[in-house]
Design a protein around this ligand. Structure first.
Ligand SMILES: C[C@H](O)[C@H](O)[C@H]1CNC2=NC(N)=NC(=O)C2=N1
Length: 82
């Protein structure tokens, strides 16, 4: 079941993407909301949905997305349109 999700990719060197993920994972633990994370050469992608709501979008998803945007910017990761 696909459901609703919000997704954003960032351009960053692979090991920098690892650092972004470690930082995001720390915040996810604090807010008890977790993204699906896809790390590739030159890119890291985050997809967010609320599993407890049956893979529907809730405010928790947009809150986490804003926090990921701030962390990615702090690591100088480049938002990609894809
Ligand atoms: C108990 C714990 O807070 C819940 O299981 C949280 C954990 N992280 C979560 N993350 C996401 N993406 N969706 C959820 O419904 C969810 N629920």
């Amino acid at each position: 079941m696909k459901g609703d999700e919000i997704t954003r990719s960032f351009g960053i060197r692979y090991h920098g993407g690892v650092a972004v993920i470690v930082h995001v994972a720390d915040i996810e633990r604090l807010i008890s909301h977790h993204a699906d994370i896809d790390l590739r050469w030159g890119e890291v992608r985050f997809s967010i949905t609320t599993h407890d709501a049956g893979r529907k979008l809730t405010e928790a998803d947009f809150d986490l997305a804003r926090r990921i945007d701030a962390i990615a910017q702090a690591h100088m990761a480049e938002p990609l349109d894809s």
